[in-house]
Design a binder for this molecule. Sequence first.
Ligand SMILES: [Zn+2]
Length: 110
Amino acid sequence: MSGNLEKGVKKISRVYRMTNADASGSHFTIEPKEQLAAIKDMRASGIVPLGNFHSHPETPARPSAEDIRLARDPAASYVIISLAGENPVMRAFHIENGAASEEEIEISDG
Ligand SMILES: [Zn+2]
């Protein structure tokens, strides 16, 4: 997810869908080539990386122990979309020093 950061508010304007190199429903690894291509595109577009998202096909939209352990960027928003219920649930988290705190999400068309 990328866009602009103004006054502490992240405005996401572009989302890059990437292949899960693990081909798993419970683990994910981003393909390095796809990540590099996304970074090049961001630089060319004058936008910055703001975070990432992944789905939890069968569990709630909260970071797993592994999500927390692997979260290395406190500046990133970690968005999780749960597909476990009747309707998808999307939540965002700040993860730092082994702890996750929820971030507010606002969806707009502008
Ligand atoms: Zn997860």
